[in-house]
Structures are given as structure tokens and as C-alpha cells.
Design a protein around this ligand. Structure first.
Ligand code: ADP
Ligand code: MG
Length: 260
């Protein structure tokens, strides 16, 4: 497998916040880690990104053991909830930042930067300042910055949670298309069931530090592992696409409630 997490563990003082987590993912797939707040999603992602050292277990990426590799040496980039952009730099300077440490001339970096800005729908924004653009545009810059270095794996930690509902839906669709077009392997963390069901090729549902179910949305929806999973996913109806991915989540009407 392309990404292999085996028996990952993390403790903070006495509390085991990630317990014996194992899963694997093929290249070019999008994994959603779904669970409620505090269940260990960010801790898991931070171990994959190298920002936290596991207390046990191993992380393999494309055949290489990266468990103890420093984050800047990993072929992995992260898009954070808070974007983490450099406010004093322009949009283009932010996007091409990661190319500084690689063999790119200034002109090549600018050209590649413009290409990635086009990919995320920000053509023409090269010279804008970060504070001049909207939250959604800032998130697109963060995405372009993470993808431009062509990582083997891109991690995203609740990247759309600061955006309003309509924009979140739009960004979700754009991300899925971009991920497929680039064939990028991604791990996307969210507490939003609908977001996970729509984005995921594979879903990992976590509860209190444990992986309670791992599979495709289709598998999980039809055969939830237990009552926790079925309860957590809710009673929504899903509309499927021919390839087995979720097209739409239809909320079931609650009886007795008048529509407003
Ligand atoms: N640096 C830390 N020190 C102590 N406890 C932590 C630290 N980071 C996270 N935790 C705890 O670990 C648990 C899992 O946190 P986290 O991975 O951030 O959850 P999630 O991202 O799913 O909301 C929580 O109970 C949280 O309070
Ligand atoms: Mg988190």
C-alpha cells in the first residue's frame, strides 16, 4: 500500500488519545478521517505530518519509513484550518514559498506559481496581499501552496471549517475535482459527516482515540460496524454516483416538524 499506518499510538500524560490505529491507502485516493471533536483526528494527522512523534507504531509512505523523519524532510504537506499564510507576502510569494528550497529559478517558480493559482481559481491574484482577499480565497492560496511542491501526500485539517456553508460546499467540490485531476493522495480531517461522505474514497471513523470503522462510504453506509457508527452518520439518505461515490446527501424530514 502507498500509505500504511500500523499500530499508531499517542499518549498525552496518562491519556491515550490515539490507540493502536492501523489503516492503509492506495496512491491517488482521498481518505477522510471523521469523528467528533477531541477524538484524536488532529493528533493522527500531526503524526503523519511529523509534528508529533508517535509513542508506538509505524508510518510508511511509498515504501519509505517516515515515522521519525523531521516534518520538513517528509514528502508531505499540510493545509491547516487557520491557513498559516504569511500576511506580509503577496499571494504569489505565499504560493511559491516551498519552491525556494528546490532547484527552481525565480522565473520558473513564478511560472509554476501562476499555474497553481490557475488550478485553484485565483488567476490574476498574483500580486494581491493576503489581507486583501477573502477567507475562501485564502484557503485556496493555502491549498496551492501545499500542492505546488508536488508532495507524495497532502494532509488537510478541517480546512473549510471557517467558511460559510455555501462556500464550504463549493470548495468541497473543487477540492475533489483537483484531487482527482492531479491524482493527489490526500488525508482530510473533518467532524462533518456530509463533507466526509461526499469527499471520501475511504473513510476512517474515529471515536475516543479508536478507529471504529474503515471502508468506502458505500461499505460503511450499508454495513455500519455498530450502533455508534450508524447513529453518528445519521439517518440521511444518500444518492450514489455510478462509480460508487456519494453524489448528494438528502436530509430525511423529521416527522412533526413544520417546514420553514
Ligand atoms: N498537546 C496536547 N497536550 C495534551 N493533550 C492534548 C494535546 N493535543 C491534544 N490533546 C488532547 O488529545 C485529545 C485529542 O485531540 P485532537 O487530536 O486535537 O482531537 P480532534 O482533532 O479530533 O478534535 C483531546 O482530548 C485533546 O484535548
Ligand atoms: Mg482537530
Amino acid at each position: 500500500m502507498y500509505l500504511d499506518l500500523s499500530h499508531l499510538k499517542k499518549r498525552f500524560s496518562e491519556k491515550e488519545v490515539v490507540q493502536d490505529l492501523s489503516l492503509s491507502l492506495e496512491r491517488g485516493q482521498l481518505l477522510c478521517i471523521l469523528g467528533s471533536s477531541g477524538c484524536g483526528k488532529t493528533t493522527t494527522l500531526n503524526m503523519i505530518g511529523g509534528f508529533l512523534t508517535p509513542d508506538g507504531g509505524r508510518i510508511l509512505l511509498d515504501g519509505q519509513d517516515i515515522t521519525h523523519m523531521p516534518p520538513e524532510q517528509r514528502p508531505v504537506t499540510t493545509v491547516f484550518q487557520s491557513y498559516g499564510l504569511f500576511p506580509h507576502m503577496t499571494v504569489l510569494q505565499n504560493v511559491i514559498y516551498g519552491l525556494k528550497f528546490r532547484a527552481y529559478s525565480k522565473a520558473q517558480a513564478r511560472e509554476k506559481g501562476a499555474e497553481y493559482l490557475r488550478l485553484v481559481g485565483l488567476e490574476g491574484y498574483e500580486n494581491a496581499r493576503i489581507y486583501e482577499i477573502s477567507g475562501g480565497q485564502q484557503q485556496r492560496v493555502a491549498l496551492a501552496r501545499a500542492l505546488i511542491v508536488e508532495p507524495k501526500l497532502c494532509l488537510l485539517d478541517e480546512p473549510f471549517s471557517n467558511l460559510d456553508a455555501a462556500l464550504r460546499v463549493k470548495m468541497r467540490q473543487e477540492l475533489k475535482k483537483l484531487q482527482r485531476d492531479l491524482g493527489m493522495t490526500m488525508v482530510f480531517v473533518t467532524h462533518d459527516q456530509e463533507e466526509a461522505l461526499i469527499l471520501a474514497d475511504y473513510m476512517a471513523i474515529m471515536e475516543k482515540g479508536r478507529l471504529v470503522q474503515y471502508g468506502t462510504p458505500l461499505d460503511i453506509y450499508h454495513q455500519p460496524a455498530d450502533s455508534f457508527v450508524s447513529g453518528f452518520l445519521g439517518l440521511d439518505d444518500l444518492l450514489w454516483q455510478p462509480d460508487g461515490s456519494v453524489w448528494k446527501v438528502v436530509k430525511k424530514e423529521v416527522k412533526g416538524e413544520s417546514p420553514c
